[in-house]
Design a protein around this ligand. Structure first.
Ligand code: SF4
Length: 220
């Protein structure tokens, strides 16, 4: 890891000492469900629906009792709730039939589950099982490419470049730091560059592009 990257991480840690997963869960299964639900919506909205869902159906056995329509009733305030209910209905059955009722811990197995892509798998591996991983969501993609930690057109390439630039033992920490920075300072449309703690290390800002959306961001 270069001195510059160390300095960026250190400054972000000072700015966001409480950076952690903002989804609320008690078990790996609940985190998996919450992360599937979090696509195209905010963690706060997900927490609002999972508080009731997890209270009334805390484990797989109980979740398997739900019909698709019942799942929809719990999550209908979220975007894409029809597709998400379809995914969860199938995912619960895959866990029971193919994984002995347990949430698997590898990328290969997790991404076989309905509605689970690399981002969700990385979030679960990292937060539920403590396996170093960098999940690239919209914030991580935008912020890391603006700073210059990555120079990539896709989330897959961004993930690979971040893994290269950052020491493995702090991948998960950096994932949270980049999300917090994206939510609280480096927003998509109006980044607060003048008060940004890593302004001096930000490639976009140094090039005078801190407040200009790049073409790839518009596509993301
Ligand atoms: S200087 Fe601006 S563009 Fe760069 S990380 Fe900070 S807020 Fe984002």
């Amino acid at each position: 890891m270069t001195e510059q990257v160390e300095e960026i991480v250190s400054r972000l840690q000072q700015a966001y000492p409480d950076a952690e997963c903002e989804l609320e869960y008690q078990t790996p299964l609940q985190l998996l469900v919450a992360t599937v639900l979090s696509a195209q919506t905010t963690d706060k909205q997900v927490n609002k629906v999972t508080v009731r869902l997890f209270e009334e159906h805390p484990d797989l056995e109980s979740l398997l009792q739900l019909t698709k329509d019942e799942i929809k009733e719990y999550i209908h305030t979220l975007g894409f709730y029809n597709a998400k209910a379809d995914h969860l209905y199938l995912l619960f059955r895959q866990l029971a039939d193919e994984f002995g009722g347990e949430v698997p811990q590898t990328m290969e197995e997790l991404t076989k589950l309905s509605g689970v892509g690399r981002k969700t798998a990385n979030v679960v591996m990292s937060n539920a099982f403590g396996i170093p991983a960098i999940a690239v969501d919209t914030h991580v993609f935008r912020v890391s490419n603006r700073i210059g930690l990555a120079h990539a057109e896709t989330v897959e390439k961004t993930e690979a470049q971040l893994q290269e630039a950052i020491d493995r033992e702090i991948w998960s920490l950096c994932h949270h730091l980049l999300i917090f920075h994206g939510r609280r300072c480096c927003s998509a449309r109006r980044p607060q560059c003048e008060s940004c703690v890593i302004q001096a290390y930000c490639e976009s800002y140094q090039k005078g592009m801190g407040t200009t959306l790049s073409a790839k961001e518009k596509r993301a």
